[in-house]
Design a protein around this ligand. Structure first.
Ligand code: ATP
Ligand code: MG
Length: 306
């Protein structure tokens, strides 16, 4: 869906993006991670042509983005910018309706869609009539997400979309994003500083530093074999092994030939949560049940086995 070919962009003496090549298949969620100043936002802005590259090119669905009319391109790519960037003199509802209005949707269809999106991002219908400055930072950020989703674009570019929201709302927005992605097959490029968020959402992690791509891999592969000490440190340093537990679920390590008493945990439970429950209960084995109703047991030894 998105191919970056030897993409480069300088700002004066700074190489913000340096010879970046990356292929993002349709329906993937690619998380761009890396230190501040690594070139993550610049990469997103090159994809939707807010800035033009000095070298290389971007293909969207096989077409050279430089040859597509900018307006047509922007309709296909929803964009959540790092600083939210709502139009201050427009109400929240009108901000959310930006692209549907551009597309000439009928008034009632727009109103319905705005209502749906407000609910989706956990805002009240009454928020639609307010202006951005009358909302909290986290609420504004959710309006930014709703605006990007409004016309169900093929590609979503999201630059730290949930940075300013509380952990519970953040979780529910992550779940909503996963649902939308599963339903519509949207391709998502997500910049985040929250490694747990990247692990929860992404099918591919791309680690950038100094404008260069150092490693692109599945979350499990990057955690199991980080390509540099900087990546290892970034992913948790000495605690990296705990993060590795997030990439597998109980079902894969359960012994279904045994049973144990007690309330079973779901086979889809990530292994870090399994350990957390063992710690909370002061035990080293827990009963498991899978979707088909099969019962089994998982032990701490199963969890830590590689
Ligand atoms: N418009 C600009 N003019 C000059 N330099 C810029 C401009 N935009 C970005 N840069 C520089 O390019 C580099 C990459 O910036 P970028 O915003 O892409 O980083 P980032 O990875 O998104 O960082 P952060 O995690 O802090 O958001 C930085 O050194 C930054 O100072
Ligand atoms: Mg940035």
């Amino acid at each position: 869906m998105i191919e970056l070919e030897h993409l480069s962009r300088r700002f004066g003496a700074t190489s913000a993006v340096d010879d970046l090549s990356l292929t993002i298949p349709r329906g993937d969620i690619c998380a761009l991670i890396g230190p501040s100043g690594a070139g993550k936002s610049t990469a997103l802005r090159l994809i939707n042509r807010l800035i033009e590259p000095d070298g290389g090119r971007v293909l969207i669905g096989g077409e050279d983005a430089a040859r597509l009319p900018v307006v047509a391109l922007r309709r296909r790519l929803g964009y959540v910018i790092q600083s939210v960037g709502l139009f201050p003199h427009w109400t929240v509802a009108r901000n959310i309706a930006t692209v549907p209005r551009l597309l000439g949707w009928e008034r009632r269809r727009i109103a319905r869609r705005v209502e749906e999106l407000l609910a989706l991002v956990g805002l009240e219908p009454a928020h639609g009539g307010r202006y951005p400055h009358q909302l909290s930072g986290g609420q504004q950020q959710r309006v930014g997400v709703a605006r990007a989703l409004a016309a169900e674009p093929e590609v979503l570019l999201m630059d730290e979309p949930f940075g300013a929201v509380d952990p519970l709302t953040r979780r529910s927005l992550q779940d909503a994003l996963k649902d939308i992605q599963a339903r519509t097959g949207t391709t998502i490029v997500l910049v985040t500083h929250d490694i747990d968020e990247a692990l929860r959402l992404a099918t591919t992690l791309a680690f950038l530093t100094g404008g260069r791509l150092v490693q692109a891999a599945t979350p499990h592969a990057m955690l199991a074999a980080p390509a540099s000490p900087e990546i290892a440190a970034f992913l948790g340093g000495p605690r990296l092994g705990l993060r590795l537990l997030q990439t597998a679920t109980a079902g894969a390590r359960t012994d279904f030939s045994r049973t144990a008493a007690g309330e079973p945990l779901d086979a889809d439970t990530p292994l870090d949560e399994v350990v957390a429950r063992m710690v909370a209960a002061g035990v080293t084995a827990l009963p498991v049940r899978d979707r088909a109703g099969r019962a089994g047991v998982i032990t701490l030894a199963d969890v830590v086995a590689r």
